[in-house]
Write a protein that binds this ligand. Structure first.
Ligand code: ATP
Ligand code: MG
Length: 355
């Protein structure tokens, strides 16, 4: 949809809006007059009118689920729309179960955890599973991987694709890639380029791996904290705006820092309240013996906290049970090994055998 269709947007304003990263009607409809004005240089009152007109264009389209959130809805309609969001399977039965079906679209999902916890591995797996047919839990759509750590491995994407019975070359070709070498580059990609790229390419999963790493390295000291938080906040805000307006899922990873407390030290995700309030779903990862990991749904709008266990293998992540956690060797990938329904529903108490 061309932004020239918005009443009051002529070629000159269209150019300003596109240069500022607003290249779709949806992203304009979901922006605030202040942001739109500050980003594009268009006066705030004019920006307000443009947003109103953009909302009318979005309303007139029978398109995305997120697009319907542009107006005030009756409880009945809201329930229908919010309850019908698409999900992307994680490829892990138990994790899908505790997430209410997988990674939700029109939302930002955060995976945080220490080094080697499996954050990047999960992101790789999702770049494959988003391409699965709908009946297998995918969205038959490409992914975009925004990489801040240079840890993307196309060979691994191919191995995971093979495991899911997909064509490795086709799948890896459908993972778009952007390298953000510093926090400013990450901000530019999200703020200026993302909207157009996801719409033109039909992308349904945007990965940011890692959201906070550059900020942590670049903004040192207490005095730079407000500026850092403001920038992170703006990135999350933009990611959510694009997720909702384009009906796609955003997955962002986050690091942790150790915090001394009464009981020794605990590991808290970076970004404090800004990230905690900004993301829709929050999942924590922790390492166990060998290739085994625990993932916990820490915060989700209508889901209770819960755990799932998995193992990292060369063919991607696989479900494991609490019993496997006491294994004397790494869990191996094994074709056709499906988790039983009762294990998906209920995770056994593992506290006694972990660590
Ligand atoms: N084929 C494999 N089999 C078993 N374990 C593997 C395999 N490939 C990678 N791993 C393990 O996965 C872990 C790396 O996971 P990942 O890169 O996802 O961590 P991360 O949470 O992204 O860490 P970081 O914060 O450093 O980016 C390492 O412990 C590595 O040994
Ligand atoms: Mg990583």
């Amino acid at each position: 949809m061309d932004i020239n269709n918005i009443k009051g947007v002529g070629p000159e304003k269209a150019k300003k809006l596109i240069n500022a990263g607003y290249s779709t009607v949806e992203s304009i409809a979901f922006s605030s007059p202040r942001d739109l004005s500050m980003d594009s240089g268009i006066p705030e009152e004019t920006a307000r009118q443009i947003i109103t007109s953009a909302k009318m264009v979005v309303r007139s389209k029978e398109n995305t689920k997120g697009g319907k959130l542009v107006e005030i809805l009756s409880g009945k309609d809201a329930k229908k729309i919010l309850g019908s969001m698409d999900h992307i399977t994680t490829g892990l039965k138990r994790l899908d179960h505790i997430l209410g079906g997988g990674i939700e679209t029109c939302a930002v999902t955060e995976f945080y955890g220490p080094a080697k916890a499996g954050k990047t591995q999960i992101c790789h797996q999702l770049c494959v599973t988003v391409q699965l047919p709908k009946e297998r839990g995918g969205l038959e759509a490409p992914a975009l991987y925004i990489d801040t750590e240079r840890t993307m491995k196309y060979e691994h994407i191919k191995s995971v694709a093979e495991r899911f019975g997909l064509d490795p070359d086709l799948v890896s070709d459908n993972v778009f890639y952007a390298y953000a070498m510093n926090s400013e580059a990450l901000y530019e990609i999200v703020h200026k380029n993302l909207d157009e790229v996801v719409q033109n390419r039909g992308i349904k999963l945007v990965v940011v791996d890692c959201l906070t790493g550059h900020f942590r390295a670049e903004y040192c000291g207490r005095e730079s904290l407000p500026a850092r938080q403001q920038k992170i906040n703006r990135i999350i805000h933009d990611l959510l705006r694009i997720a909702v307006s384009q009906d796609l899922a955003v997955v962002a990873t986050n690091q942790v820092h150790a915090q001394p407390d009464l009981y020794g030290k605990s590991e808290n995700p970076i970004g404090g309240h800004t990230v905690a309030h900004g993301v829709t779903f929050r999942l924590g990862l922790s390492t166990r013996k060998y290739n085994m990991r625990i993932v916990t749904v820490v915060d989700a709008p209508a889901l209770p906290p819960d755990d799932a266990y998995f193992a990292i293998t060369s063919r991607g992540l696989i479900d494991i049970t609490a019993k496997d956690l006491s294994s004397k060797e790494p869990v191996k990938f094994s074709e056709g090994l499906e988790m039983e329904e009762k294990e998906v529903e209920k995770v056994e108490e593992a506290e006694t055998i972990i660590d």
